[in-house]
Design a protein around this ligand. Structure first.
Ligand code: ADP
Ligand code: MG
Length: 354
């Protein structure tokens, strides 16, 4: 269900008390997600946002605007300034310079109104082990000023969303990290926010926990929210996001759609890794493989694997695969090595590092 922006002028943008559909509507429609009526799409904006710690600049004049109901990945290596940025968007720390806006309202000037329709999970908060998810969510609801009835109804919905319904009355202390994180995400969603900020939500989880968190984020898409989540893992961002913001050393490197980034950087060249049964000599690669039409460069991964840069589409790739297989060198594998985005990610974040 998506939201009807601009349909109804009732209420100021992004206030908690904007008009909601009557309760009966929810009994009829199985999904309890009721669109809030905003006059504008949800947004996050940073204007010259800067944070220094002493003489160290953790975030350096970040200016960007993210708008609409979509999922945006805030990508950067450890120490890039992601958490610092999110903390300024949620008023946990004050900017040294600049300003952050949620739904067009300045967080620094009107914290309450700016954050009234924003849910955030920053770093990893601990939930009291002696509480059950239901009790923990009750506390969150009270802090957010929600009515008891609203909390009850939303609790059922968010626990279902994070697939924790059957654990609703068990003590959190016995939960795995992944389960605790799912409860943290449920807390973030409790007040039905238009803007959801998640700071590295899958970091520190085991592979199953990572997969569960990703699947929850994917589930949140298409619900009429702006989801902004930080990550240092490129594949995670590619997996779930529509748009990517890359930062490093406190500076914005780019903000673009995933499709544009791939198109802009692709330029028709792809890399494939070819793996052989036995060690393969440089002379063999140079003489036979590298001379196949369409192979423009090669490099060695290890003694049995080489990376080939290929110019051309899938047909050319099929032709090259056939050519390599036909050389009788014992080809056992042939697969895409890295996406264009991954190349640029590695290139951008290592530039200037010494
Ligand atoms: N309270 C602080 N005092 C001093 N330095 C800090 C503080 N918080 C963050 N930093 C530094 O700012 C940089 C950015 O940190 P952070 O925003 O946490 O990065 P990320 O979340 O991208 O890993 C890091 O070099 C970090 O050490
Ligand atoms: Mg961080």
């Amino acid at each position: 269900m998506t939201r009807g922006y601009g349909r109804d002028p009732v209420g100021s943008p992004a206030c908690d008390n904007v008009a909601r559909a009557p309760h009966a509507f929810q009994l009829v429609v199985p999904s309890p997600r009721v669109p809030a009526v905003l006059t504008m799409p949800p947004s996050l904006e940073a204007r010259q946002l800067t944070r220094r710690f002493g003489t160290f600049t953790a975030l350096d004049h970040l200016t960007l605007k993210v708008e609409g109901t979509k999922c945006v990945g805030f990508l950067g290596p450890n120490g890039a300034g992601k958490t610092t940025t999110l903390k300024m968007f949620t008023d946990l720390i004050f900017p040294t310079e600049g300003e952050a806006f949620v739904n067009g309202i300045s967080v620094q000037q009107d914290r309450r109104r700016a954050l009234s329709s924003c849910g955030a999970l920053i770093e990893t908060p601990e939930i009291y082990g002696s509480l059950t998810p239901r009790e923990a969510l009750q506390l969150v609801g009270a802090v957010r000023g929600m009515s008891a009835a609203d909390v009850r109804e939303r609790t059922d919905r968010v626990l279902e969303q994070v697939k924790m319904t059957e654990w609703a009355n068990q003590k959190v202390g016995r939960f795995s990290k992944g389960m605790k994180q799912r409860i943290n995400i449920a807390s973030t969603l409790l007040s039905d926010p238009d803007v959801v900020l998640l700071d590295e939500p899958s970091t520190g989880l085991d592979p199953r926990g990572v997969a569960e968190v990703r699947s929850i984020i994917r589930g949140l898409k298409g619900e009429g929210r702006l989801i902004f989540f930080s990550s240092h893992i490129l594949s995670e961002v590619i997996d779930v996001c529509d748009e990517v913001i890359l930062i490093n050393r406190g500076k914005l490197l780019f903000y673009d759609t995933l499709a544009n980034v791939n198109a802009r950087l692709g330029s028709g060249a792809t890399s494939v890794d070819a793996e052989f049964l036995r060690p393969i000599a440089d002379a063999d690669v140079a003489r036979s493989i590298a001379s196949l039409a369409g192979v423009t460069a090669w490099s060695r991964l290890d003694e049995r694997r080489v990376t080939l840069t290929i110019q051309g589409g899938p047909e050319k790739r099929a032709e090259i695969l056939q050519g390599v297989a036909g050389l009788g060198l014992g080809l056992v594998g042939f697969h895409e090595s890295r996406s264009a985005l991954e190349d640029v990610y590695l290139q951008e974040i290592t530039t200037g590092e010494s």
